[in-house]
Design a binder for this molecule. Sequence first.
Ligand SMILES: Nc1ncnc2c1ncn2[C@@H]1O[C@H](COP(=O)(O)OP(=O)(O)O)[C@@H](O)[C@H]1O
Ligand SMILES: [Mg+2]
Length: 292
Amino acid sequence: MCLPDNTVFSVKYLTLCKMRWGDNVAVSEEQRKPAHVVVIGNEKGGTGKSTIAMHMAVAFANAGGRVGVIDLDPRQRSVTRYVENRVETVRKTNIILPVPTVYTMAGDGIEELAELALAAIHNEDLLIIDTPGAATELSRAGHVFADTLITPLNDSFVDLDVLGRVEPETYRVLHPSHYAELVWDTRKERARQGRMPLRWFVLRNRLSHLDARNKRAMEDAISALAERIGFTPVAGLGERVIYRELFLSGLTLLDLRRPGVAIDLSVSHIAARQELRALFTAIGFTDVIPNS
Ligand SMILES: Nc1ncnc2c1ncn2[C@@H]1O[C@H](COP(=O)(O)OP(=O)(O)O)[C@@H](O)[C@H]1O
Ligand SMILES: [Mg+2]
């Protein structure tokens, strides 16, 4: 049976699943490509970073990939707890769920992060680094590993300040923020190391009640910033209570069709899955979520 062993979770489990599903022939260690690294970051909490990290990890694991997650938020530990809740659900029920590997930091040393990241890059197909909503040294160090950076913003001018200051009337960019400078430094560091350019996506997340005029204003301001500091704007997820409800069971929107899951798939959940699929497609992860 394709069930995770209670101690060694995902790598072994996903390998077993890959063999069982027959969609991937075993690849020898020497032939393995290093993991693609996605960093989910900004310097503000509550924008949906950990929620997106978990959904991305599960989507990828469901598609048969090896996924690892590094949680750089020792205070909240949201993504770690999300995965722990998932493990608990697997233990308590008969629901079959792939579980992403969490690479846990024992302390907050940058050397330890480098060691964990290198191990994960070697072991996994995808490594997701979830960062705290604050400018810590560790978060800064985590950004250097990013091949793709995803910055979710709440859809408000308060959050836009995380990226740069814009003139209220014209949305002319006055100056980039500290975070935009951090990304700029990351880009320079990558170039110095001769690595591929960083792909940076900014998501307007938790889209909800803004009226049409305000939405338009946000779009204009984001376009101006995108051009100035060099990111691709992408539509994120809508504001929906389901995300809060799923956390405790460690489930994601992508698990609701699994046998044994006692949550009915509503119209709102299907719309949310479509948003997730559109988001992953926009950042280049096509076909990770099957059509509803
Ligand atoms: N699209 C969304 N709609 C509604 N609630 C959300 C959404 N995304 C995240 N949340 C909830 O908001 C809170 C903060 O989200 P989280 O992903 O932990 O943000 P961050 O990691 O940026 O601090 C959590 O309770 C989460 O369930
Ligand atoms: Mg978080």
